[in-house]
Design a protein around this ligand. Structure first.
Ligand SMILES: [Zn+2]
Length: 461
């Protein structure tokens, strides 16, 4: 706590500390008691059924902890973000479990600003990363779980099924901003460590649980700072919501803005100008055709059976007291690793050139500007033993155990392209990430705890 600056109201910090103590009380009470698993616990004789029964015995505690973390808003509002109290909450939990916890700001990592993947323009005041290490006895393989504490904003309001930070449970769904993306996944990794420890399985390898800041909006600096700080296990699982699909690959993405500018004003008679807001209809149709063409290529083998890379309009803005001067349309383009960022970029710029030649847009100046970094796509070998172990555990739980590329972008590329660690994605199902009524499926979260615990035991045991 002493290594981070405190700017938040005191009562919120006290509240977060209190919550953390509640979470760890169960562990403290158990100290000195015999391990609940009579076999003494070792990597060979702990199977998925044993883990599953531990998880179902702790269902209420798991759900309760996710609700508590959702009740601490941690919205990312570039260039700043509100991760602080959430990170403090998590730090308390991890320290209560006996981990070595490294709390540091991305600004504390001097190499960060000189790295090729650094994204400038963000403010990291009171935005610490939290990286916990549970030390093994030595000589084993290490595993990590990397999540982000920041969430999208609570918008768009109002929510209809629940309040954004209620953590309300209805029909097997847990609602709240960040439930699905990705606080439930983060806490699933914490509970998996707890399960392994309470089952008495000795580990030779280290286990890392990290919660970074500033992932939303393509930040990625939090994840990059942790790699440069030296937290590089042999394999990392990213609990982003993959609908229980084991994803050794993910897409890249960039957000672009097209702006139509023209003459503004009121038509009192005699004026002749086009309305850029009406011109937007032409651009929208063109984006739709561009998207259809972009998605028409055959899917790479690792994405077979999944969704094509999304091209979507995110925002349209025009305002005037009369005909507006300009209208802007934000859209994102996802792409496969095979396509390459440079090819995507030139395709989008060619698209803008075509718009400039469109007869219905001839009265407007048309500008194209990127609105985000190029979030790179990445992959790791799909036949990695950890991928196989994850699929095996999912099947043993009655799940499909599908291994397929994730149809979204995330910080996986920071590991796979900019660190010695390979990373894959495995997270829960749910819906409405970045929208109203976000929720995560509780049964998925419980199974994830089991799968993560199984991975820890079999990989680091
Ligand atoms: Zn996410």
């Amino acid at each position: 706590m002493e290594s981070v600056q405190i700017r938040c109201p005191q009562n919120r910090i006290a509240c977060a500390t209190q919550i953390a103590i509640t979470f760890t009380k169960g562990i403290r009470q158990k100290r000195g008691e015999p391990a609940p698993y009579e076999g003494g616990g070792n990597a060979m004789n702990v199977d998925i059924d044993l883990i599953k029964s531990w998880v179902s015995n702790h269902r209420d505690g798991i759900v309760h902890s996710i609700q508590e973390l959702i009740r601490i808003p941690t919205e990312n509002r570039p260039p700043t973000g509100d991760e602080y109290v959430g990170q403090l909450y998590l730090k308390g939990i991890l320290e209560g479990m006996g981990a070595d916890v490294d709390v540091f700001s991305p600004d504390d990592v001097p190499e960060l600003r000189h790295h090729a993947a650094f994204y400038p323009g963000r403010d990291y005041t009171n935005r610490p990363n939290v990286v916990a290490r549970f030390c093994g006895s030595g000589g084993g393989r290490s595993i990590g779980f990397s999540s982000h504490m920041d969430t999208a904003s609570r918008d768009p309001l109002p929510w209809l099924e629940s309040e954004p930070f209620s953590g309300e449970v209805k029909n097997g769904r847990l609602y709240g901003r960040g439930s699905y993306d990705m606080k439930a996944g983060l806490l699933a990794s914490v509970w998996a460590v707890r399960a392994v420890r309470e089952l008495g399985v000795p580990l030779r390898g280290d286990v890392m649980v990290e919660s970074v800041v500033d992932e939303e909006w393509g930040g990625s600096n939090g994840t990059l700072a942790a790699r440069l700080r030296g937290h590089n296990p042999d394999i990392v699982v990213i609990p982003e919501p993959s609908h229980m699909v084991v994803a050794p690959a993910h897409l890249g993405v960039r957000i672009y803005r097209i702006t139509l500018s023209g003459a503004a004003g009121m038509r009192f008679g005699g004026e002749s100008f086009e309305n850029p807001a009406m011109g937007a209809s032409v651009v929208l149709e063109a984006i739709q055709s561009f998207g259809a063409e972009h998605q028409s290529r055959p899917l790479p083998a690792i994405y077979a059976g999944g969704d094509p890379p999304p091209v979507d309009v995110l925002a349209i803005h025009a305002q005037g007291y009369g005909v507006p001067r300009s209208c802007s349309i934000d859209f994102f383009v996802h792409f496969f690793e095979e396509e390459g960022a440079a090819a995507v970029e030139s395709k989008v710029y060619r698209f803008a050139d075509e718009l400039r030649r469109h007869p219905r847009l001839s009265q407007f100046q048309i500008d194209l500007e990127p609105q985000s970094r190029f979030v790179e796509p990445s992959s790791m070998p799909a036949d990695h033993p950890c991928i196989r172990l994850a699929a095996e555990a999912l099947k043993a739980l009655g799940r499909d155990g599908v291994v397929r590329g994730a149809p979204f972008a995330c910080d996986g590329y920071v590991f796979n392209r900019h660190s010695p660690t390979q990373a894959f994605i495995l997270g829960p199902g749910g819906a409405a990430a970045h929208a109203a009524d976000e929720y995560v499926l509780i049964d998925d979260v419980l199974d994830l705890v089991s799968v993560y615990a199984y991975l820890i035991v079999k990989w680091a045991g």
